[in-house]
Design a protein around this ligand. Structure first.
Ligand code: PGA
Ligand code: ZN
Length: 432
């Protein structure tokens, strides 16, 4: 059964930071409909597809009426009323209508809204959950419940504290199932709140629902996490481990990495040394964007040095782009790719990047953005592809919790087939 869209309706709504974003409703010829809302980053990579914003004075320059017009104009002209054999051809038509490499004419936000809304509508038309449609499109043999990565201490561009590292995440990878993993994360999160409070720091939260306390240093934050995991009753490393997103592009001035909170500035080699020390001292299983987006030499050094012990994840490095991923595979610049559909603009291209990564034995981690909405599509994306990992914030704030709640629904739907993935079981052994 092909896909024929009879109508696209888009509108400007708000995201979790109070900024405008686009929502798209797609109605199919058979009457089924689907809706998608598009997220937005703060520490965006410069190689990401372009998110169209209106500029000017209204909505602080962040309006998306231009993207809404793209949906009602050029994108509707390109796809409404035509039958496409599958999502792949539909997405190709959307990309062709834009015609640019960076999606800057019609906007990656407009294109993604249509692509995902159409996928939701297709699943509705077929009477199947979205993860099942994703599984078919991805050609995945098995589905897996993803291990969540929960950002519980926020720094960098996501908070106004002095922390250089953007995200300190907990990863409950050693639990029996998804519900148990989420429960362990929640217990750790609430225990962490108590510890931060007891140390006289603020328990206010940052953009992704994690706490944003005025901790003294990176190691202070890591010490808090280890203590929270332990006091919550879990074994650090074996049951609940730590993952970092440094977002190092934000620290890089082209030459060195300025760690303002640590009061030092490091070259790539010294930065790699610092990560190696942290990995020796703490139960860290994954480091994302440890190096800047164009510091390819630094990435290769980092992966050589610690890539066999921890997952080395490229976010701004790869921007979910197969071309950049190809280069990373060739140079062994990372061992995993962060997957953000809005970095590229269509569901099909997102799946293509994940498939290429899997072919090179690289892990894929499906991810939210710091500016999110109630849209939980990425939960289905993670399950349907069986990629095994999802990063979608603290267990706090509805924009984050929406994804965890969708995963709980899927876990129930799957019943006995709802197995929790076991990512990097081999590398984490060394921390047990
Ligand atoms: P962003 O942050 O959505 O602000 O880019 C998330 C990340 O860096 O992974
Ligand atoms: Zn990142």
């Amino acid at each position: 059964m092909g896909i024929t869209i009879s109508q696209l309706r888009a509108r400007q709504v708000l995201d979790s930071r109070g900024n405008p974003t686009i929502e798209v409703d797609a109605t199919l010829a058979g009457g089924a409909s689907g809706r998608a809302l598009v997220p937005s980053g703060a520490s965006t990579g410069s190689h990401e597809a372009i998110e169209l914003r209106d500029g000017g004075t209204r909505w602080m320059g962040k309006g998306v009426q231009g993207a809404v017009a793209s949906v009602h104009g050029a994108l509707s002209d390109a796809v409404v009323g035509q039958e496409f054999p599958s999502q792949v051809e539909l997405d190709a038509a959307l990309v062709a209508a834009d015609g640019t490499e960076d999606r800057g004419r019609l906007g990656a936000n407009a294109i993604l809204g249509v692509s995902l809304a159409a996928a939701h509508a297709t699943a509705a038309q077929e009477g199947i959950p979205l993860w099942q449609l994703v599984q078919r499109l991805a050609g995945a043999d098995e589905v897996w419940m993803p291990v969540p990565m929960l950002n519980v201490i926020n720094g960098g561009e996501h908070a106004n504290n002095a922390l250089d590292v953007q995200e300190f995440m907990i990863m409950p990878h050693g639990l029996s199932d998804f519900s148990a993993a989420l429960e362990a994360a929640v217990a750790t999160y609430h225990t962490l709140r108590g510890l931060i409070d007891a140390q006289g720091m603020s328990t206010a939260v940052g953009d992704e629902g994690g706490f944003a306390p005025e901790v003294a240093s990176t190691t202070h934050a890591l010490d808090l996490l280890v203590e929270a995991i332990t006091r919550a009753g879990f074994e650090p490393g074996r049951e609940v481990a730590i993952a970092l997103d440094v977002a190092a592009t934000e620290l890089h001035d082209g030459m060195t990495y300025a760690l303002a909170g640590e009061r030092r500035s490091l070259g790539a080699e010294a930065l790699v040394d610092w990560y190696a020390e942290l990995v020796d001292a703490y139960p860290i299983v994954s480091i994302e964007d440890g190096m800047a987006e164009d510091d390819w030499d630094g990435w290769v050094q980092l992966t050589e040095r610690i890539g066999s012990r921890v997952q080395v994840v490229g976010d701004d490095l790869f921007v979910t782009n197969v071309g950049r991923l190809e280069r990373g595979i060739e140079h062994a610049a990372a061992t995993a790719i962060l997957i953000k559909p809005n970095q590229v603009g269509t569901l099909s291209e997102t799946l293509a990047a994940m498939s290429r990564a899997a072919g090179a034995q690289m892990a894929s981690i499906v991810s939210h953005r710091s500016g999110e909405t109630e849209d939980a599509t990425i939960a289905d994306l993670a399950v349907g592809t069986g990629c095994g990992q999802i990063k979608t914030g603290a267990p706090c704030r509805s924009d984050r919790v929406a994804k965890y709640n969708q995963l709980l629904r899927i876990e129930q739907q799957l019943g006995d087939a709802a197995r929790l993935a076991v990512p990097f079981a081999d590398t984490v052994e060394s921390h047990a």
